[in-house]
Design a protein around this ligand. Structure first.
Ligand SMILES: [Zn+2]
Ligand SMILES: [Zn+2]
Length: 562
């Protein structure tokens, strides 16, 4: 059992206690235990029991519960309170915008016990009658539920990637290597995945029979040429079945409908009955006599014209990343010291680290006061002389305040090598308001990079509305780089808008926004998203070498007159 699982148990226990109106002092202490456990640098399962009680923020009662969890895999207090709570009430905790206090009213006073009922009550305008539930709250609960229901069974790309090889290996074992091909939205690296798709060179009957393992997945749909299964974890598997034209089925299902139709219209003479020897469907592109189009680019028809003139550039790769841009240390809400972060980056063969802790308004994230910035800069200087030629750049993730200004005076802002400007507060706003804040921040000469442009969280928060073109135009005019935040739930700016940024010669920066060392690896997801937009390494700031990065900063400062 790892720290995250332990923290989850305490967090759930605390929320359920609040829902039941139990001892609020205890509930709070479990919530803060969950918060602290998640941030521990070591695993509790590897810590001697007597030392657990010595950890800051872990008292007698929490300590005993941690040991119970580690030894039995269960928490009796949690089990007991879950048994007293209807499942629908626990499910409500997964809906944005309703915390334990509101859920308690929904359950005890409105006598609603399922999400479906709650949605209905919203549509019936019933919530408004209760204290603490105004029209606005009701509307936002309704929207959150609709969002939640729509996204049931949809996963982040990263979540599917975690189980992908295991599933593929299993399929290759039961159907044989040459009969299994990965296809569809996962193959195209879409950011969220509804179904993990495979071409299986077998009949429906054989597939159904062979899928009867110890824990057979549920068969949701059976069609003439495909089957849909659902695994225990909720992930759906779609198999395109049949015993002929394997590679044609592969070609047909990798690309979007628009792409496939346009390709077949462009090259009517291709013999799709042939199968190649490779994992991909390159043979059809060879027959067409055009450049191979990577699956991630097969979204629309225009790419075919680009391939015809051999103009698809070499796409950026994860190995092109030379430095970490956008990271948080334990000076704000990160888990590791600056030195640990820097050394981990050196070990990965990277040349520099941009440390951008939170700014002072982000009090919940221990944002840096003016004095602490000075201290941190001294410390960075020390580390830099110790770690050279590796370099730590002095940066800050400055909150874009409600009026669009940055979080410090120009005096302080001028002490950073670069500034990342992001919105973290008052996310619920109209497009007009969002545009006012963003444009003002972009026009601030100290802004180097615009962080996670819309604030979206895939599958859980839509993000505030923006006019992408206007923002990109402003970034072009003010020499501001646009971040492609590589966290798998952000991937913000969305890849579909990058094309316009590249046309306007705006640089993209694939940034992991790492709050821990493991977070560095998220650049992988940023690179996959960037590939979909045909980004090359020259168009991405974080693939600049140290020398190129430094000269870019100098050049930009001159251009901005600071
Ligand atoms: Zn941020
Ligand atoms: Zn950040």
């Amino acid at each position: 059992m790892d720290n995250y699982q332990i923290a989850d148990s305490f967090s759930l226990l605390s929320k359920l206690m609040d829902i039941h109106g139990e001892n609020s002092f205890k509930a709070k202490s479990y919530a803060s235990a969950a918060f602290n456990i998640e941030k521990l640098p070591m695993q509790l399962s590897e810590t001697p029991h007597e030392k657990i009680f010595g950890i800051k923020g872990i008292g007698e009662s929490t300590g005993k519960k941690i040991i119970e969890l580690l030894e039995t895999g269960e928490l009796s207090a949690l089990k007991e309170i879950i048994s007293k709570t209807p499942p629908g009430i626990i499910e409500m905790l997964g809906i944005k915008g309703i915390g334990p206090k509101k859920i308690s009213v929904i359950w005890k006073e409105m006598e609603i016990e399922t999400i479906g009922e709650l949605l209905y009550a919203c549509q019936e305008n019933r919530l408004k009658l209760f204290k603490g539930f105004g029209e606005k709250t009701q509307k936002s609960i309704e929207e959150s539920i609709e969002f939640y229901l729509r996204n049931q069974g949809t996963f982040l790309y990263a979540q599917v990637e975690e189980v992908f090889s295991q599933i593929k290996n299993y399929l290759e074992k039961i159907f044989f290597l040459e009969n299994v091909r990965s296809t569809g939205s996962f193959k195209r690296h879409l950011l969220t995945i509804d179904e993990l798709e495979f071409v299986i060179n077998e009949t429906n009957e054989v597939v159904k029979q062979k899928m009867q393992s110890a824990q057979p997945p549920a068969l949701l749909e059976e069609n003439k040429d495909n089957l849909l299964f659902k695994l225990n974890n909720g992930l759906k598997l779609r198999f395109y079945t049949g015993t002929q034209h394997r590679d044609e089925r592969l070609f047909n299902t990798i690309g979007s409908q628009e792409f496939v139709t346009a390709f077949k219209k462009s090259f009517p003479k291709i013999d799709f009955s042939l199968n190649g020897n490779e994992e991909n469907d390159k043979l059809f592109f060879d027959q067409a006599g055009i450049q191979y189009i990577e699956p991630c680019l097969r979204e629309n028809a225009t790419i075919i014209e680009i391939a015809k003139s051999s103009a698809i550039p070499t796409l950026i790769k994860a190995t092109d990343i030379r430095g970490i841009v956008h990271s948080h240390s334990n000076w704000s809400d990160g888990s590791f010291t600056l030195e640990e972060m820097a050394k981990a980056a050196i070990e990965k063969g990277l040349e520099y680290l941009v440390i951008s802790d939170h700014s002072k308004s982000a009090f919940y994230a221990n944002g840096l006061s003016e004095e602490r910035i000075k201290e941190q800069h001294h410390y960075v200087d020390e580390l830099n002389s110790k770690l050279a030629p590796f370099k730590i750049f002095k940066s800050i993730e400055s909150d874009i305040l409600n009026d669009g200004s940055l979080d410090y005076s120009n005096n302080i802002l001028s002490t950073f090598d670069l500034v990342i400007a992001s919105v973290h507060s008052n996310l619920k706003m109209t497009e007009e308001k969002a545009m006012m804040r963003l444009l003002k921040a972009i026009e601030n000469p100290y802004t180097t990079i615009l962080g996670h442009m819309t604030g979206r969280l895939l599958l859980s928060r839509k993000g505030y509305p923006v006019d992408h073109k206007k923002i990109i135009d402003a970034c072009a005019a003010n020499h501001v780089v646009i971040e492609l935040n590589a966290h798998p739930s952000r991937l913000d700016i969305d890849w579909q808008h990058i094309d316009y940024a590249l046309k306007k010669n705006v640089l993209i920066s694939i940034d992991p926004d790492a709050h821990e060392i493991k977070g560095f690896d998220d650049v992988h997801y940023g690179v996959l998203a960037a590939q979909k937009a045909m980004v090359t390494k020259e168009q991405n700031l974080s693939s600049f070498s140290l020398i190129e990065f430094e000269s870019f900063l100098n050049k930009t400062k001159k251009l901005k007159g600071i």
